[in-house]
Design a binder for this molecule. Structure first.
Ligand SMILES: [Zn+2]
Length: 263
């Protein structure tokens, strides 16, 4: 279902994006071979350009009709997380409000102790100044983040799909969270629930509230049946209950979180 509805425009996006970003930022291949010691890293350059910005972030409007000022750019990679796609990153789709930035990174820092060998995946956020960001309906004011669903292979944590890039959004799972292309892979619902619980704690500490989580409706049973899912169910975190078929089908390989500023 997801592929049928989404594959064609997504492939167009992949092609369009790679065309946009390659020429201005990449060192020519011939130069890379001869001057590897001095070669530039466009991803690191982009992060360095924004990392010391200190002005207060301002999210205006709503997640579906809004803008962002003085957002923060996530690092492409940290100790236990990675941003999913270099083209998306270079297109500057990894900006968020500073409180979201601090909340998400502090949550990952806590998981360095909780799940030391696991690497999380961050997916699309907002553009530098917010606004419309295809193909998302929201993600417009720096308060929305897509989190890659952690996965298991034969019941054991795996990071096999962390570097799949943009096609990660097209991965399809059945109603039990099993990957349709290879049934040895399944969504790690317990880790999603644990992540959301810690994220919720950190959100409160950083002056935010989780306003809404979007996960495919048919997968919520599996999520709430896990050990941490049972705690999540009583946490008061709101999950979307009615979604269009397209939006519903998209939210299995990742889950979407909208924050609101609490103070
Ligand atoms: Zn999203």
């Amino acid at each position: 279902m997801k592929k049928a509805l989404f594959l064609a425009p997504a492939l167009v996006l992949i092609q369009a994006c790679s065309g946009q970003t390659d020429p201005p930022v990449k060192t020519p291949a011939s130069q890379q071979e001869t001057t590897s010691a001095q070669q530039t890293n466009p991803i690191q350059d982009l992060y360095n350009h924004y990392k010391d910005h200190k002005e207060a972030s301002i999210s205006s409007g709503t997640v579906s009709n809004g803008s962002l000022k003085n957002g923060r750019l996530f690092p492409f990679k940290g100790t236990n997380f990675i941003y999913f796609d270099s083209t998306s990153y270079l297109d500057k789709h990894a900006f968020v409000h500073q409180k979201v930035y601090e909340t998400v990174l502090k949550t990952y820092e806590r998981f360095e102790q909780i799940e030391p060998s696991f690497e999380f995946g961050l997916m699309e956020c907002s553009k530098e100044n917010g606004g419309k960001i295809w193909p998302h309906r929201t993600h417009q004011n720096g308060l929305s983040v897509d989190f890659m669903s952690p996965m298991l292979k034969n019941g054991v944590s795996t990071m096999d799909f962390n570097r799949l890039g943009l096609p990660h959004y097209l991965m399809d799972f059945n109603e039990n969270g099993v990957y349709t292309e290879d049934s040895s892979y399944a969504i790690d619902f317990n880790l999603i629930a644990h992540h959301l619980l810690v994220l919720n704690e950190e959100a409160k500490k950083h002056g935010l509230k989780i306003n809404k989580v979007i996960l495919k409706i048919a997968l919520k049973d599996e999520l709430f049946a896990t050990e941490y899912g049972q705690k999540l169910k009583t946490s008061g975190i709101y999950f979307a209950t009615q979604l269009s078929d397209l939006i519903d089908s998209l939210h299995d390989d990742h889950y979407h979180v909208d924050f609101t500023i609490a103070d």
